[in-house]
Design a protein around this ligand. Structure first.
Ligand code: ZN
Length: 54
């Protein structure tokens, strides 16, 4: 289910919920995925970390 959850999160957070920015990289934001966490940050200050259940 891991891949499915990650895919769902990426879709959900493709656009920053605060400012609508969809770009990552070059200091505009980032998506960081580890084994059990999904983190989305944005240049507007938005940051969210979601635990991915196994
Ligand atoms: Zn933003």
């Amino acid at each position: 289910m891991y891949a499915e959850k990650v895919f769902q999160l990426m879709e959900q957070y493709l656009y920053c919920p605060d400012c609508g920015n969809q770009f990552v990289g070059n200091g505009t934001g980032s998506i960081n995925i580890t084994e059990d966490q999904f983190t989305r940050t944005c240049e507007c200050g938005f940051q969210k970390t979601i635990k991915i259940p196994e």
